[in-house]
Design a protein around this ligand. Sequence first.
Ligand SMILES: Nc1ncnc2c1ncn2[C@@H]1O[C@H](COP(=O)(O)OP(=O)(O)O)[C@@H](O)[C@H]1O
Ligand SMILES: [Mg+2]
Length: 251
Amino acid sequence: MALTIAVHSAKGGTGKTSIAVNLAIAYALDGRKVCLLDMDLRGPTLRTFFDDGSSEVPFWVNDLLSGKKGINEVVMDTGVDLGMAGKVSVAYSKADIFEIRELASKDRKWQSNALKNIITGKKELIRNGTEVIILDTGPGVEYESINAVAACDLVLIVHSSTKACSECTEQLVNGVYKSLNKKCAIVDNMHHCSLDDDTLDGMRYGFPVIAAIPCICDIAKRSGEILVLSDREHEFSRAICDIKDKLGRIL
Ligand SMILES: Nc1ncnc2c1ncn2[C@@H]1O[C@H](COP(=O)(O)OP(=O)(O)O)[C@@H](O)[C@H]1O
Ligand SMILES: [Mg+2]
C-alpha cells in the first residue's frame, strides 16, 4: 500500500528537510519507488541536496498548487544521478522572493484549490507506481504546510528539545493533528538529553516517540549531503533507517 508522509514541525530549523531527504532515499535503497515534494514554499531548501541550483527546472510545486501544471510535469527523475534510476523523483518549489510574496497573498479559496491539486497529484503518483511520497513542509501553521498535513497518511513531527518548540508542538497537536485525525510519530532531533531519556520509545501527546537523534556538529557540517547514501554507518543514517523500520510497524 502506498504511503504519504508529511515531515512537519512547529518551529523552523528542527531538521525536517535533512530527515525528509534521507528517509526518502532510505526507502529507495529498499527498492521502493519514492517521490519527494518540497512543500516548504516560503523557505525551500530541498534542492540543495540534489543540485547546485544551476540545472534547468521546467516546472515547480508552485505550478502544481496553482493548477497550472499536473504532477507529472513538475516531478523530475533524480534517481539516475543517484544510481537508482526510476526509483526517486523530486519536485522543487521556487526559491524566488516575488513568488514567495505572491504566495503569502493567496486567499483561502486558492489554498483549498491547492489542496485539491495536491491530492489529485498524489493519486496520480500512486497510480503510476509511486509507493512512498514524502512531503517536506515548512514549519508552523502556514497554509501550504497544513495542506501537506491534510494530504498525508502520517505526520512525522520533528521536534527539537527546546521549551519554545515543545509549547508550539503541543498547540499543533491539539489544534491541527488531532482535529484532522492524523496518525503521527515524533522524532526528537538535535536531542540534548541522554539517550536513556524516558520519552524514547514512549509516548508524548498520545503519539509514539520513535527516535532521538543527538545534536552532532558533523551533521550540520555535512548539510546538503545525503548521508544514508554517502555514509551508511553514520549515526544519522542509522537513525533514519531505524525511523523507517519503526514507521513500517506503526502503519
Ligand atoms: N541532529 C542534528 N545535529 C546537528 N545538526 C543538525 C541535525 N539535524 C539537522 N541538522 C542541521 O540543522 C540545520 C537545519 O536542518 P534542516 O534539515 O534544514 O531543518 P528544517 O528543514 O527543519 O529547517 C542544517 O544545517 C542541518 O544540517
Ligand atoms: Mg526545511
